[in-house]
Each structure stands twice: as C-alpha cells, then as structure tokens.
Ligand binder design. Structure first.
Ligand code: FES
Length: 103
C-alpha cells in the first residue's frame, strides 16, 4: 500500500472517535483527534484485541484488553513487557472520504 487507498466516509470518524477499517488487507485504526486524523495498526500486538474498542484520549489509545497505552504518533505501546510497534499510516481527507497509505 504505497499509494493512498480510499478507506471510508470521513463522517464515520467524527472528532474523538475511532474506527477500524480493512484496507488492502490491513486492519487500520482511524482516529480523529480534534479534527486531525491518525492511522495505526488496529490489532493490538499484545493479544490482537481490536484497538477501536479501547479508549481514545488525546493521541493515546488504551487497549480494552489489558491496558496497553498506544501512541498514535509513534506506534509504540507502553506495557509491562516489550511489544512489537504498530504500523503507522498517513491519512488524508478528500471529497468527503478518508484515504490511507502505509508509511
Ligand atoms: S490485547 Fe491489547 S493489551 Fe492485551
């Protein structure tokens, strides 16, 4: 996914909300933080819980599974054991849709 791929209507990710979408075989977590969109791998690398079921606070996502706190800017998770980073995606809005591209 080196080019931007259309993911979903932007209206489905209002401010303060997250949504998991499947794009080109990847599960991507889309988050809207005060109108700015972020994209990160959606399945927690701890035990694969869907991060859209967690809690969004600023650019941190707390996994509903066991509480890992993920940083949408870096893809790094804070937990009491090392975890693989989540992949990051660029997100752009165009014509009412969100497009994602893997970094
Ligand atoms: S599955 Fe996310 S913290 Fe365990």
């Amino acid at each position: 996914m080196s080019e931007f791929v259309r993911a979903v209507e932007a209206s489905r990710v209002p401010p303060g909300q997250m949504l998991t979408v499947e794009v080109a075989g990847d599960s991507v977590l889309l988050a809207n933080v005060d109108g700015k969109y972020y994209g990160m791998g959606a399945m927690c690398s701890h035990e694969q819980w869907d991060l859209s079921e967690g809690m969004l606070e600023d650019t941190s996502v707390t996994c509903a599974g066991h509480g890992t706190v993920w940083d949408l800017k870096t893809g790094k998770g804070a937990f009491d054991e090392p975890l693989d980073d989540e992949p990051l995606y660029d997100v752009k809005e165009e014509g009412g849709f969100l497009y994602v591209r893997k970094r």
